[in-house]
Write a protein that binds this ligand. Structure first.
Ligand SMILES: [Cu+2]
Length: 280
């Protein structure tokens, strides 16, 4: 008996030490989140959708996350409960515990339930991604071309183009042909759409409809070279009349210059440079 009491006394100390470590780690993590996060990372993310298709992506994200959390809590809860409830206690058993070999009902259950969850998740994801892939028949057409290390946005109907500065009207479907000139890049504006590969010699068409005004951050999401991290652009969603006015201003500014050449882009001297002609 005294041996058992000594044993349980010895068990307490590591637990107290572990609890101290957990509390210390939580405090450090909370401080890091509260004050130590660099501004570059403090960006709105897929959890703050501002377009119809980003909304679908966000819903899928939350649905999957909630499902995963439920499974995690259930499994870990059972594990912790079993560890505490059935832990070895004094008096210490002298013989082996009962030996159990298989339980068909349990085994069938834990094979079928996860399979059903995964099949459901797959079906919902495929169906919703199908909605995102549907391209409207009318809208604003823009070609987005990635090049080391800038994005060129060409508005074919208006005959204008910009560098690292995509402007779109709110409430109108925007249809973007994503491509690249040199290596593979990836077009990503988390608040408006998921990642889309920009591949030389190939066009990937995406579309979305901004539902609110604002300025959104776009990035290249495919490591493409030394300047990859700086391959940023901004998207400005504005009311239709403001957008029309901006297009007219760009057309007026570009008018005296020669028609767009087929040559390469100028170096991306500035995020926000609005016209290639203006830079030449
Ligand atoms: Cu890139």
């Amino acid at each position: 008996m005294s041996g058992g009491a000594m044993k349980s006394g010895q068990m307490t100390k590591p637990w107290v030490a572990l609890r101290g470590k957990i509390v210390a780690s939580a405090v450090v993590a909370a401080l890091a989140i509260a004050g130590g996060v660099p501004p570059a990372f403090a960006q709105p993310w897929v959890v703050s959708p501002q377009s119809n298709n980003a909304e679908i992506i966000s819903q899928l994200f939350w649905f999957t996350l909630v499902l995963a959390v439920v499974v995690f809590v259930l499994v870990e809860g059972l594990l912790i409960y079993s560890s505490l409830r059935f832990r070895r206690r004094a008096p210490l058993p002298t013989g082996e515990p009962p030996q159990i070999h298989g339980n068909t009902r349990l085994e069938v259950m834990w094979a079928i339930v996860p399979a059903l969850i995964l099949i459901g998740l797959f079906a919902i994801t495929v169906s919703r991604l199908g909605e995102i892939s549907r391209i409207p028949t009318t809208g604003l057409y823009v070609t987005a071309t990635g090049q080391k290390f800038a994005w060129d946005f060409r508005y074919s109907e208006a005959g204008i183009h910009t560098t690292n500065d995509l402007r779109i009207p709110v409430g109108t479907p925007v249809i973007i042909d994503v491509t690249a000139k040199d290596v593979i890049h990836s077009f990503w504006v988390p608040e408006l759409y998921g990642k889309m590969d920009a591949i030389p010699g190939r066009t990937n068409r995406i579309s979305f409809q901004a539902r609110s005004e604002g300025e959104f951050r776009g990035v290249c999401a495919e490591l493409c070279g030394a300047g990859h991290a700086g391959m940023l652009f901004r998207v400005q969603a504005m009311p239709q009349d403001q957008f029309t006015q901006w297009v007219q201003e760009q057309q007026a500014a570009a008018a005296p210059a020669a028609p767009a050449a087929q040559g390469s882009l100028p170096s991306p001297a500035g995020v926000g440079a609005t016209s290639l002609e203006a830079l030449r």
